[in-house]
Design a protein around this ligand. Structure first.
Ligand SMILES: [Zn+2]
Length: 346
């Protein structure tokens, strides 16, 4: 009997994979209960059928192909399985503020994702992690994602809500390039090669979820450089309306602010360039690597960053926006705010 059920589930998963095209990959899909629902059943029989159905059948796992193709994890392919959020996942998000803790994302992934045996989600490449977040949002609350943006035009600064179809992200996926081989990758530094009159190189790796968690934790302990948008809402009913308006203003993404944040993140990468560098000319002494990073010429650090930008698997989540009030065109990164894991307003 358990053996039979297992096969059944595997078939179910296989069915899901072939049913959805890329066009609606990031949308809500429903479990198929047709074989346990009896026509003409009473309400209580219906309820009992739902309660006795395996949870995988009610909320099915869906195939998710990661941008890395699993290439840097030693997987045979890039397939993991993701299921829409249920009660447990909601609780994780309610108790841990998503944007302020990368670790809550790891908890969420342990609940909503199935990876090949023994894989720890904190080992995910950052591009894969972001991809799963959007995927999870899409299959849980739907592919249309609405977010508020403040127009960066100083004369306007209108806050408007924009909608983005998460299915469009699929076309932006940059997959792993097997021709560059496995980590670590050799990157030749132009300035140091010129001055030493020989090939001067470092070996680099891609940033992982645990690197980002660490950077966030350090940044928070160092100084409150910026706070994630949105705040914990008061339960008071009387203030709710005013607070909703304030929350919209607060949750609105300001592209100028985002740029400043990106600068901060870039600095974080500079501070943590030694994280990316596995060795220098084969020397893996962490202290020496850190010391060299402090002395590096900007053209060398730029070379490393550019190499990573060009070769890291992931998605392009920068979207172009036209302000409906003033016609100003600008770009924002698709924000992951507190509204991210809430359904869009009707
Ligand atoms: Zn405007």
């Amino acid at each position: 009997m358990p053996e039979e059920r297992k096969n059944d589930e595997e078939l179910n998963i296989a069915g899901v994979e072939s049913t959805f095209s890329d066009l609606d990959r990031m949308a809500v899909h429903h479990g198929d209960l047709s074989d346990i629902l009896r026509p003409g059943a009473s309400n209580e029989e219906l309820l009992d059928a739902i309660l006795s159905a395996p949870s995988d059948k009610l909320i099915p796992w869906e195939e998710c192909v990661l941008p890395s193709m699993g290439y840097y994890y030693g997987w045979p392919d890039g397939v993991c399985y993701v299921r829409p959020m249920g009660q447990t996942a909601e609780k994780i998000l309610a108790t841990q503020r998503l944007a302020s803790s990368g670790q809550s994302i790891d908890y969420l992934f342990r609940e909503c994702c199935k990876f090949p045996q023994g894989f720890d989600p904190s080992d995910l490449l950052l591009g894969d992690r972001i991809f799963i977040l959007y995927f999870l949002r899409g299959i849980t609350h739907g592919n249309m994602y609405e977010f508020a943006v403040t127009c960066p035009n100083g004369e306007c600064e209108a806050i408007n809500t924009h909608a983005y179809d998460l299915n469009d992200l699929i076309a932006t996926v940059k997959t792993a390039d097997p021709s560059i081989g496995q980590e670590p990758f050799k990157v030749v530094l132009p300035y140091l090669s010129d001055v030493t009159k020989r090939d001067f190189w470092v070996s680099v790796k891609f940033l992982r979820a645990y690197d980002a968690n660490d950077m966030i934790a350090r940044r928070r302990s160092r100084k409150k450089t910026f706070s994630p948008s949105g705040g914990v809402r008061s339960k008071s009913v009387a203030k709710q309306r005013a607070e909703e308006a304030a929350a919209l203003r607060q949750s609105a993404v300001d592209p100028r602010q985002q740029q400043r944040q990106n600068v901060i993140l870039d600095n974080a990468l500079d501070d943590n360039l030694e994280r990316v560098i596995v060795n220098v000319m084969g020397v893996d002494d962490r202290f020496k690597i850190k010391a060299l990073v402090q002395k590096m010429h900007a053209s060398d650090t730029a070379t490393i960053r550019e190499w990573l930008r060009n070769n890291t698997p992931g998605i392009e989540n920068t979207v172009e926006i036209v302000c409906p009030d003033c016609g100003n065109e600008f770009k924002v990164e698709l924000p992951i705010t507190e509204n991210f894991f809430r359904p869009s307003h009707k």
